[in-house]
Each structure stands twice: as C-alpha cells, then as structure tokens.
Design a protein around this ligand. Sequence first.
Ligand SMILES: Cc1cc2nc3c(=O)[nH]c(=O)nc-3n(C[C@H](O)[C@H](O)[C@H](O)COP(=O)(O)O)c2cc1C
Length: 316
Amino acid sequence: MSGVTDLAFRLISRELGAGFCFFEMLDSKATLYGHPKNRRLLKTLKKDSPIAAQLVGDDPSVMLGAAEKLLSLADISFLDINSACPAKKIVKKGAGAALLKDTARLGKIVKKLASNLRIPVTVKLRTGFNKRDAAVCVRTAEICEANGASCVFIHGRTMSQGYSGDIDYESIKAVKKALKIPVFGSGNIFNPFMAKKMLDETECDGITVARGALGNPWIFKNIENYLKNGGTAENPSLSLKKKILERHLGYIESYKDITDTNKIGFMGKIAMWYFKGLHNASRIREQISKARSYGELIYFINRQKPSHFFKHILLF
Ligand SMILES: Cc1cc2nc3c(=O)[nH]c(=O)nc-3n(C[C@H](O)[C@H](O)[C@H](O)COP(=O)(O)O)c2cc1C
C-alpha cells in the first residue's frame, strides 16, 4: 500500500503474523533514474523478508530497466505490475488501472518483464475499469497468464469504485476457474470472517490484507487462527495495544527518513489508526495533534484510559 507499508509497518505486521509483505509501490521512471525517494522506499532489514516489489508504469522497456535496477538493490521474491491504481495522476499517464483498458499494452509489459527477469512476475488487477463484467475481467487475467504472469492479485472492485462499494466475488471466482496460475483475492478483508468469505465465495488461492491492517496488526494472526481452527478473534487488551503502538512508533522513529516535523505528523496519523472507532476518538486526536515530539506522543498515548478502548476493532 502506497504511503502505508513502510519498513515500520511491515516489521510490526510480520511480528503479528503477516506471512508476506510488499514494499510500497514504486514508480518505474523514478526507480530507473534512481530518484532519492525510491531509496527511502526500499529501506529494509534482514528480518523484513520475504518481500516483493510492485512497479507502476506504462512503458515495457522503462519498466524492465526499472525492474533490473530494483533487482540490484533489493532481494525480492517476485515483481508485481500495478494494473489497479485508480489515482488520477497515474491513470492519466496510461499506467495503473488505465492498463485495464489497454490490455495489449498490459500484455506487452508482462511479456517483457516475465521473459527477461530471473524472478516471477505477477499482476495486480481490478475487476474492471468502469463497469463490472466478469468475462472482460477473465479475458484481462488470461492475457496476463498467456504473457508469462505467475499469479494475479485481484481487487474485487472496478477502477471507478475506488475503495468503496461491494466486492465483486463473482468475477474473482470466474478468473480462478479460468486460470491455471494462482489467483489472490483482495477487498474488504477487515476481519477473519471477511477473509473466509473471500476464500469461500471465490475459491481463490489466497488473500491479501490491506486497510484491515491499519492500526490492527493483530488481523493476520486472527485470520490464521480463525481459518485453522475456527477460533474467534480476541480483542487485544489495552496494555498490549499500547505496547504494540509504541513499538510501531519506535520503528518509525528509528527507520523513517523524513523531517522531524513530518515524522511527528505521520506518527500521529498512525496512532489514530489504533484509536479509530473509539467513542472519544476526536478528543484523542486533538491531544495527539498537540504532540511536538516522539516523547510527548508516547506520553499522550499512555494517558488514554482503559474505558477508551472497549469499543474496538474486530467486531463484525
Ligand atoms: C492507502 C492505500 C494505498 C494503496 N496502495 C496500493 C498500492 O500501492 N498497490 C496496490 O496494488 N494496491 C494498493 N492499494 C489497494 C489495496 O492493496 C487493496 O487492494 C484495496 O485497498 C482493497 O482491499 P481492502 O478493501 O481490504 O482495503 C492501496 C489501498 C489503500 C487504501
């Protein structure tokens, strides 16, 4: 997730059960030409493994150059091509979800990368551009497979839906039926029940968690537990929640290469993810926004009382 899955987020997610993580999305031109921001995005540690990278772009040669550069910089298990991002600045350049409308180009990109790289190439898709059509979605996924993709990840929404609205399980199911390569489902996986629903409704090979992990890194173990033995998710205690949040913020303090002012603002945003849904969230937000240092932020967090935490996540 762009702007989200930085090193700190990945470390905390792995500690709480994430089996696999992605770097934040990388722009292919910025990667090829060595933009300094990309170096920051690729910050990692030995324990931050296994990991994959995702490139966004529209030009097969530029994307191959970027992928080769990437392989010299990071030890990635596979490379994913973004054909799903709905951001206007990306789509108007013909990249991200725009490739859903230009499947000839998508096919060329997949072929160029899959036939030249020593690691598997995968594709992130949406179920459509403007409207749902399982047949079109299947055709797009088949083009990826025919050009050498090793797996497709499908966000069960169209580009126009953005990040809201129903999940189109039918299209994911149809793709799973049609393809030989593994198919992963994405969308609305906010708790273990929704994870099971995605697996049951689509018969897909695996799932990816996105917004469900924001301020809720317990989701990975909870999903695993539920799928393995039907155990219901436990609400983490206040002390555990604060401990994990502090740990998450500590990783940001240690590893995030941004200015001190930006860093404290970013930490405040992360802290609010953990407090989301509480009846007094707006008061907490106000307190947190007053923090001027890491120490002050930790102080405010520790002042939150148990009652503030009772109405919380993983309630279905
Ligand atoms: C803030 C944000 C950033 C995202 N960045 C990416 C990205 O860089 N690459 C990608 O393939 N999907 C990205 N996604 C999409 C998610 O991976 C996921 O497919 C989508 O949010 C649906 O899952 P959810 O409903 O469980 O959140 C992003 C989503 C959000 C909310």
